[in-house]
Design a protein around this ligand. Structure first.
Ligand code: LLP
Length: 413
């Protein structure tokens, strides 16, 4: 089913007109389809149903507590990358026994918080972090469950800012230094190695990169077992792709399952997946109003809208493509740059885009804005972070109020 579609010429989310939502809640506005979120989660579960696994949605993609709660109710686990994300997950009612924590730079306070809430495991990314976790576990008088994040040195093909499993990047412990990590864990008190972990990047189309990295992690699993560790969790991370442009369709999740299940079913572990984008990206659109149109002397058309890089930074940061359509298309199109009000030349949502012919005051919907959209919003230029609504078959819930001017200054003493 299509959760975003036209009804009587107006673009709708689960049957609710985006025009009406914009009038009621203002713009820019993130509109999330609850049932699209759940459909994506269920599709993931269906693909991997023959494998003993735990899916830990990577909350960084969209950490609104209502989004986390919707998935928690389905039995989903969660991957968090900071104390703040852990707090959000717990506030949303997530079960600590299904939360795992990543992070290349966890502070002592974050480690203490995670250990005291009893999460499933912390994924350690350096030898020093292993020592820190052990120290804190001793102080708290408990045993810390850890996984080692392995950097498998596999360069996945995607945007360079979102490859993570390469030795040039800061993430994980070198595949070649793992024996040292094993020796260290053995020597440290109050720490139990229960998992191995990797994450090679994001928006990865080629299943081969996962196979290559999983192969390396399987070798590490053998070593760990020979070294006497009882490894219960084998975490292959997230990064599963979605379609942003119809011309570049994502590899179906079933293809990943087809390649990975045969490799992973014999591990005798619970395999962990950390999809973020796959679940969240196509579950939301960003609705924005056209403020002005102008055409300059070289014939270039600009559509100035009220959403900016402060609400959706992906085009500016990763040159990423987001479809943009009129909420009420008129039939004809023209070519323009769609730009925001922020004082940066990099503040654009699309460049030289053939777009529905929209006039001033009319609405556009920026598609596939559900992952790394609202969560990366910020107050640069004194902008107010946008409102978010969740739509569930005609029922609309405001799940985040728009920032206010008072909030902009409230922490400035
Ligand atoms: N696990 C770990 C340890 C991660 O670092 C990430 C994403 C994920 C899972 C989820 O990856 P996903 O399934 O969503 O691809 N802001 C960028 C993406 C940054 C991803 C960071 N790590 C973007 O908008 O493309």
């Amino acid at each position: 089913t299509d959760f975003f579609s036209f009804h009587n010429g107006v673009f709708c989310c689960e049957g609710v007109s985006l025009q009406e939502l914009a009038e009621e809640h203002g713009t820019p506005l993130f509109v999330i389809s609850r049932n699209k979120l759940l459909t994506q989660y269920r599709a993931f579960e269906e693909a991997f149903k023959d494998l003993g696994h735990l899916t830990c949605y990577s909350v960084k993609a969209n950490f609104n507590i209502h989004v986390i709660r919707a998935l928690a109710e389905e039995g989903c686990g969660f991957d968090v990358n900071s104390g703040g994300e852990l707090y959000r997950a717990l506030q949303a009612g997530a079960d600590p026994a299904r939360i795992i924590m990543a992070g290349v730079g966890k502070t002592a306070a974050e480690i203490e918080y995670a250990l005291s809430t009893g999460i499933l495991m912390l994924k350690a990314e350096s030898l020093s972090e292993l020592r820190m976790i052990s120290d804190i576990a001793v102080q708290l008088g408990l045993e810390a469950r850890v996984a080692i994040r392995v950097n498998p040195n596999v360069t996945a093909e995607t945007h360079p800012y979102i490859t993570t499993g390469d030795s040039k990047e800061k993430f994980g412990i070198d595949e070649v230094a793992i024996d040292e990590a094993f020796d260290l864990v053995r020597s440290l008190p109050n720490i139990r190695l229960v998992g191995l972990d990797m994450h090679i990047g994001s928006q990865i189309f080629d299943t081969g990169f996962y196979q290559a990295a999983a192969d390396k992690l399987l070798a590490v699993l053998d070593n760990a077992r020979q070294a006497g560790f009882e490894i219960e969790y084998f975490d292959i991370g997230g990064g599963f792709p979605v379609t942003y442009e119809p011309a570049k369709p994502a590899t179906p999740i079933t293809k990943f399952a087809e390649k990975l299940i045969p490799m992973l079913e014999k591990t005798g572990t619970t395999v962990i997946f950390e999809p973020g984008r796959f679940i969240a990206a196509n579950s939301a659109v960003l609705v924005t109003r056209v403020l002005y149109r102008k055409r300059n002397h070289i014939g270039k058309e600009f559509v100035v809208v009220d959403a900016a890089m402060t609400e959706l930074i992906r085009p500016a940061l990763y040159q990423s493509y987001h479809g943009i359509i009129a909420v009420k298309p008129c039939g004809s199109t023209f070519k323009a740059d769609i730009v925001g009000p922020v004082c940066e030349s990099g503040d654009f949502l699309a460049r030289a885009r053939e777009i529905d012919c929209v006039g001033e005051g009319e609405l556009l919907a920026v598609l596939s804005a559900g992952a790394y959209g609202a969560v990366m919003s910020n107050n640069y230029n004194g902008r107010l972070r946008p409102a978010e609504v969740l739509v569930d078959q005609g029922n609309v819930t405001l799940i985040r109020k728009r920032d206010t001017y008072e909030q902009l200054v409230q922490n400035e003493l």
